[in-house]
Design a protein around this ligand. Sequence first.
Ligand code: CA
Length: 536
Amino acid sequence: MLSFFWCGSRQKAQKWRQIEEKAANLEQQPSWNAPDNSLIFQAFEWHVPADRSHWRRLRDLLPAYKAIGVDQIWVPPGCKGMDAHGNGYDIYDMYDLGEFDQKGAVPTKWGTRQELEDLMLQAEILEIRVIWDAVLNHKAGADYPEPFKAVKVDPKRRDLEISKPVEVNGWTGFEFSGRGDMYSSMKYHWQHFSGIDWDDKSKENAIYKIVAPNKDWAKDVSTENGNYDYLMFADLDLTHPEVRADLLQWGTWITNTLSLNGMRLDAAKHFSTGFQKDFVQHVKKTANPDFFAIGEYWTGHLPSLLDYLEKVEYTLTAYDVPLVEKFSKISHAKGSDMRHILKDTLVECRPDHAVTIVTNHDTQPGQMLETPVAPSFKLLAYALILLRKGGHPCVFYGDLYGIRANVENPMTPSCNGLLPILMQARKLYANGEQQDYFDQPNCIGFVRYGNARHLSGLACVISNAGSAVQKMYVGQRHAYEEWVDLLHSEMKPVIIDKKGYGVFAVKAMSASVWVESATVSRDNIKRDFNVNIYNN
Ligand code: CA
């Protein structure tokens, strides 16, 4: 397929001149202080085996992650949950990191506290920063039920009460007897919560709002379902001074204890945005001034996402859910127009506050927020989040290795196993200014011009239809160089012309990443990333 660039009208010639001029200016103004591209790796998927070996597994794998450009890992929720095999979102005790005999075991699903500390030490040695998955919205697995008054609310309109106050028996008594008063003497009772979903007296399942003076759902939460304070289990009341104090103290304690770099706040739609902001500011002040926080505010509605960031006063970042939904939609409609793929996404309007992902443990098949991006599109999507300017990209464990759906099915890494190469390409070549060529509906391209520390740039072409070519300007300093596709060695090399242009090809439904051939051997790209993690 020939692009319209071959048509040669006067307007197009003018456009080329503008691109050349702009690129020439960019080359003269290298970003001297640009930081190296950081890269987050989400180091788990929903079905990691409950073998209590994951902290050890990750510790052993960290050097391999470092080698492909990972410098931050997002670890799973490692506080003791109500189920010893659970992923930790069913949090029981925030201060038990696999240290106390509670809920049937000392370790969590992921391992013991000692193994967690060994992982943290290895991360520190390798200068990999760690993001903790913090569950602050609720508690689960109470030690005993307590009597108190509550009203039922309409599940679809939680701001509407549908019963008179009745006495219920709710699971809200937390003693933490295995831990005692170590690290915190706080015990939780019904007064510390705002809602439950099970009355042990009537044996009835419903959303119960706890009734007490000055107690109500939080107002500064998502307004979906009328009020989305309640999500699951025993919902914490973050207006209670003892709850606030305990959570703030925990934030300082765990950040100092594990030398954390940041946190992902789970269920950020469901608890006070005012508290989220206070929490992040408190941890910055008391433990780590560079603390990086991601709020899991899951909505594809960009204005709601921007409203959330306003409310937390930009102390947190957020997942670019609108982008994930675009990837999902475009990936399922073959031949969709890609020219506006970034329009109305968070990375487009707030790049510094956008965590860009393709998949995570909640969007993977079978999970709560399932948003499947078709397997054939994942390479294209990852090329966009990893190689372009803007955003904090996060690669998913389930894409790097595949999802462990059941033990019989072999795990299949996404992107035909090319993801580790794309990750290295981000580190080595995706630097400096950027020029977009988003002119053709099914074939988009962009060039990165390099910076002072990383002189070599790249040219990326993406097609969601047939094979295609894109003519792009990579800079006159590259004239007569041979460029090759990092992802597909069988592609014919491109010779940059004397003016600095190349005609770059891409295979059908694929991405190509072109770089100067001499740099490939120099940079020693690792192509033998081991994906057999559970057989080692
Ligand atoms: Ca809540």
